[in-house]
Write a protein that binds this ligand. Structure first.
Ligand SMILES: Cc1cc2nc3c(=O)[nH]c(=O)nc-3n(C[C@H](O)[C@H](O)[C@H](O)COP(=O)(O)OP(=O)(O)OC[C@H]3O[C@@H](n4cnc5c(N)ncnc54)[C@H](O)[C@@H]3O)c2cc1C
Length: 382
């Protein structure tokens, strides 16, 4: 195994770090805990395209850059280290970019052009108020009516929902729990409504409830037919669990960076607190946890890039990386003492921002059950 970045990746990351400090950090600080308006979000996401962030994933045959999963992971880690909110929006653009090949032919080119240029924001709607870990419980229904489908139902927790011009919607076309689910393109102009959800963190980007009330879309908008959708989505989305892990670890890295500086500068009992063994040991543990989490994610992403089986390492990476990231940020808060819980310092923001990553993209409990099922061949979900 070779753990070195290529010269090209190193140059990319160096340039991206400079860009983030100059352009992204001021925006993230200006909108701390407030929703970044769609026009500002669009501009910053457009600027990041040069580095291959977001829709950089779109394959070269469609006009994109075809950025590989491992490089995407390196970029998402750095972006989240600067702003987890911007990283979430970029991740969803990335998922949309990955699925854009399924947009029906008549509309595909205009979607590819607009998504590549971030003229349109998309989102992916799978979860519902009563269908989270159990995706087969999806109730949002598409009913045939002449040349159209009429859609009714609710989607929940939809990242970029409030920004979205369109949604790739997982809907129920018949009662077969898995075989009845299909993916369909619905445009904002077709009439879906969004309402942003107020959360403990990550409020600078949109997470929305999306409602469909007799929303009529042409049958030709069907992207992945019922029966094919779940399998296709599972394969297409294989690389996203390690990316979420790296985003959580990016926040953890930022909290470690701040803790190292703080421990060097803050003096108690006659010396910098870094000189007290318990603080020094905390820093050692934090750095090791981040490194271990990154290696698991890199392994999973390398498997995705080589088209190898990646489900087990992706699940390991997702639960382990997000869990140690939360531990690390909690220790960073402890190192900062009283200052850690104030809004003068960045740690309390990170503490609130990192926690949702243990839930999203499949909860950590579900990841562990998936690993157990893969190893034993026995399903313990029910
Ligand atoms: C910030 C954020 C962004 C998100 N973005 C999107 C998005 O863009 N699109 C989208 O479709 N969804 C999105 N989600 C939804 C996310 O995928 C779900 O929250 C997740 O799948 C969990 O579903 P739930 O919240 O309904 O929890 P539930 O499934 O109700 O789980 C509740 C608890 O029960 C546990 N549990 C459930 N089943 C089992 C079992 N069989 N055995 C043991 N424990 C179990 C879970 O681990 C959890 O601890 C997002 C969520 C968050 C927090």
């Amino acid at each position: 195994m070779d753990f070195r970045l290529s010269e090209e990746q190193q140059l990319l990351i160096d340039g991206f770090q400079k860009f983030l400090q100059r352009d992204a950090k001021p925006l993230a600080e200006r909108f701390r805990d407030q929703l970044i308006p769609v026009s500002d979000m669009r501009s910053i996401q457009q600027a990041m395209l040069d580095f291959g962030v977001g829709t950089g994933v779109v394959e070269e045959q469609l006009g994109g850059m075809g950025v590989d999963s491992l490089t995407t992971g390196l970029l998402q880690f750095e972006l989240s280290r600067c702003s987890p909110d911007l990283a979430v929006t970029a991740l969803i653009q990335n998922i949309v970019g990955k699925l854009i090949r399924y947009v029906p032919e008549g509309k595909k080119q205009s979607y590819v052009d607009d998504v590549l240029a971030v003229r349109r924001f998309g989102c992916v709607g799978m979860s519902e108020p009563d269908a989270g870990s159990q995706i087969t419980a999806v109730r949002c229904r598409a009913v045939e009516d002449g040349d159209d489908y009429v859609i009714n139902g609710e989607k929940m927790w939809i990242s970029n929902g409030g920004y979205s011009d369109f949604i790739f919607l997982l809907a129920r076309f018949n009662d077969d729990p898995v075989g009845g689910l299909g993916l369909i393109l619905v445009e904002r102009t077709d009439g879906y409504q969004t309402s942003d959800i107020s959360k403990m963190g990550l409020n600078s980007q949109s997470t929305a409830q999306v409602s469909f009330e007799d929303v009529r879309v042409p049958k030709s908008n069907l992207m992945i037919a019922p029966g094919q959708a779940m399998k296709t989505l599972l394969i297409s989305l294989a690389g996203y669990r390690p990316l979420v892990s790296l985003m959580a670890l990016g926040v953890a890295q930022a909290s470690l960076d701040a803790s190292v500086r703080y421990a060097q500068e803050r003096t108690q009992h006659g010396k910098p607190i870094a000189g007290h063994q318990l603080i020094s040991a905390k820093i050692g543990e934090m750095a090791t946890k981040i490194e271990a989490g990154k290696l698991l994610a890199f392994q999973a992403l390398s498997q995705v890039d080589r088209d190898e089986r990646s489900d087990i390492s992706a699940a390991m990476s997702k639960w382990y990386g997000t869990e140690v990231a939360c531990d690390v940020v909690s220790e960073a808060m402890q190192i900062h003492g009283g200052n850690g819980i104030t809004t003068e310092y960045p740690i309390e923001y990170m503490y609130r921002a990192v926690r949702p990553f243990m839930v999203t993209e499949g909860t950590n409990e579900i990841q562990k059950l998936s690993i157990g099922r893969a190893l034993t061949g026995i399903d313990a979900f029910g």
